[in-house]
Design a protein around this ligand. Structure first.
Ligand code: RP5
Length: 166
């Protein structure tokens, strides 16, 4: 029997209502065949569960945390405070402030505990995964090649779309 590859990236979210956005990150990780896990925990509703998960992640072999949350979005910052792993934050549009609340809460970390904050919503979730791929590719030549062809494909898509405009 083939052994399951160790999880390299944790995709964490504050609520199941965040899943439609965070699925964009999952799609990219799956495309690059990066072993990932999904984890649901809330900085506010389950603070202890969040802390225990964040403290244990590195020991389980996780290398990067992608963390999405909306509203008063403390989840990425709390996880970064409880772990030395790189944390990539995805602000989610979950309230009448349309993600601006989550963006400011995620990006405005006080000096000392960094969260690499992406754009609000689906583009941010996609870029969070691509950012994780770039980090992992530093030590993985095959992944670097995959990333190069992903970027080339994107460029040729633009050219094809240009041709279709005519
Ligand atoms: C945040 O509150 C979650 O990340 C979510 O974006 C938002 C709303 O959560 P629900 O009320 O939909 O569970 O903690």
């Amino acid at each position: 029997m083939q052994e399951k590859a160790a999880v390299l990236v944790s995709v964490v979210m504050g609520s199941d209502s965040d899943l439609p956005v965070m699925e964009e990150a999952v799609k990219v990780l799956a495309e690059f065949a990066i072993p990932y896990e999904l984890f649901l925990t809330s900085a506010h509703r389950t603070p202890e569960r969040t802390a225990v998960f964040a403290r244990g992640a590195a020991k389980r072999g996780v290398k990067i945390m992608i963390v999405g949350a909306g509203a008063a979005a403390h989840l990425a910052g709390v996880i970064a405070a409880q772990s030395m792993l790189p944390v990539i934050g995805v602000p989610i549009d979950a309230t009448s402030l349309r993600g601006l609340d989550a963006l400011l809460a995620t990006v405005q970390m006080p000096g000392g505990i960094p969260v690499a904050t992406m754009a609000i919503g689906k583009a941010g979730a996609k870029n969070a995964a691509l950012f994780a791929v770039r980090i992992l590719a530093l030590e993985d030549a095959a992944l670097q090649k995959q990333l190069q062809s992903y970027i080339r494909r994107m460029a040729s898509d633009v050219e094809r779309k240009h041709e279709n405009l005519k």
